[in-house]
Design a binder for this molecule. Sequence first.
Ligand code: FES
Length: 69
Amino acid sequence: MINDPAMEDKKEFKSQATIEIIDNGPIKITGRILIRDSKRDITDNPEEVYLCRCGRSQNKPYCDESHKK
Ligand code: FES
């Protein structure tokens, strides 16, 4: 359900991605997405990615499971 009044007029709105915050872990994104940093596109249209939110990954922006250590 969309609670944003700006979106109420957009009857065709369809989510193209799902974002899941994993307890004590990364952000899991599935769907059709583009990941971009300030300089470049990092990857285009992956089906599933895990983004680090603990700051310990040596492979940012991706989770490398360092949060488990
Ligand atoms: S969330 Fe997994 S390494 Fe940061």
